[in-house]
Design a binder for this molecule. Structure first.
Ligand code: KG4
Length: 330
């Protein structure tokens, strides 16, 4: 009988310290997430130095808990798979250095994982039957990309944001209109109470599949400053509707370009109720649509352990010189 392969996913690229044990790339044995959101809330966003310090404080405890919950020891682990980019360099270095030390001490292979590849892999955990090729609409706090996932380890970026990531726009708008941090879930919730057709907002289009979200972000912020009694729910609903339309328009073009009929969503913003419902409508056009479980949309180590498994079985191995790469590309 084929032996199960266990990967130890380690994630510390932003404000979550997370460690997971993943079986054969698809099954979560444990997925411990220690979030720093309450720590950064009072600053209105993630403070990189504070994030690094808190990762250091949490990483051993979270790892121990992940092994305990999975009921395994280091001996049972086949590969140690940390995120090495993109992300905040100081934050990344904590998880990566810890993983390198573990690899050295236990003599287990080290396999670096691109955080974006991890977000894509969140879909493999939710849908056991999903296999590449498909188009991934990656929407997070740091990235917005249309990715042709050709196989488990081969990707082509068909379009990306030229300025703000979509999650960044959600977060900045939330801060300005007084909803707090992280703004995405709060804008999403308030949007559900508003009229999405109440306010006309600008859309930016390019000849290719790129995005731009800074124009609409500035338009919303200016409207809020110039019209203090503007209905915030209408503003959030109109913003969410407009960015979703842009996402969908480019997605349809990308599906034609990549010649695929399957879409998988990924990243924190794909937790938006409105965005999920709108993408589901693509089914009426014969498109298969996948979206990760809500708890796997935002940063977690389970998705990193899943991507790490596919890197590992495809022969990738990192050495102890592996460094954190804050602007790592797919
Ligand atoms: O993927 P993620 O956890 O971190 C990155 O890798 O960037 O994404 C975080 C982003 C934040 O901008 C957050 O506001 C947004 O995802 N977000 C949401 C929702 N939940 C999280 N945006 C819209 N609606 C949500 N329900």
């Amino acid at each position: 009988m084929k032996k199960d392969i266990l990967t130890l996913g380690i994630e510390s690229s932003c404000d979550e310290t997370s460690v997971a044990v993943i079986k054969n790339g698809r099954e979560i044995l444990s997925n411990i997430i220690d979030t720093q959101i309450p720590i950064h809330e009072k600053y209105g966003g993630v403070v990189p130095e504070i994030a690094s310090r808190n990762h250091i404080e949490a990483i051993s405890r979270v790892t121990k808990k992940a092994l305990e919950e999975a009921n395994v020891t280091f001996d049972d682990i086949d590969a140690i798979t940390p995120t090495y980019g993109p992300g905040l360099v100081g934050a990344l270095l904590v998880g990566l250095s810890y993983a390198k030390a573990l690899s050295f001490a236990t003599n287990k292979p080290l396999v670096g994982v691109n955080h974006i590849q991890g977000h894509i892999a969140a879909n493999y955990i939710t849908y056991k039957e999903l296999e590449p090729p498909f188009l991934c609409v990656m929407m997070s706090g740091g990235n917005t990309q249309l990715i042709h996932v050709k196989n488990y380890t081969e990707f082509e970026v068909l379009g990306k944001t030229r300025d703000d990531a979509i999650g960044e726009a959600f977060d900045k708008i939330a801060r300005v209109v007084g909803l707090g941090y992280p703004g995405g879930p709060k804008v999403d919730k308030l949007a559900a109470e508003g009229n999405k057709d109440a306010i006309q907002l600008p859309k930016t289009h390019f000849d290719n599949l790129d995005f731009s979200f800074s124009g609409i972000k500035t338009a919303v912020i200016n409207l809020h400053h110039k019209t203090p009694d503007i209905n915030k729910a209408d503003l959030c609903a109109s913003f969410t509707k407009t960015v979703t339309e842009v996402l969908m328009e480019n997605t349809k073009k990308a599906l034609r370009e990549a010649n695929v009929k399957t879409v998988a969503l990924a990243g924190g913003v794909s937790a938006s109720k409105y965005i999920r419902n709108e993408f589901l409508k693509l089914q009426e056009e014969g498109i298969k649509i996948y979206m990760p479980d809500l708890k796997l949309c935002t940063d977690n180590a389970a998705m990193i352990g899943s991507a790490g498994y596919y890197n590992f079985i495809n022969g990738q191995k990192s050495d102890l010189n592996l460094n954190a790469v804050p602007n790592l590309k797919l």
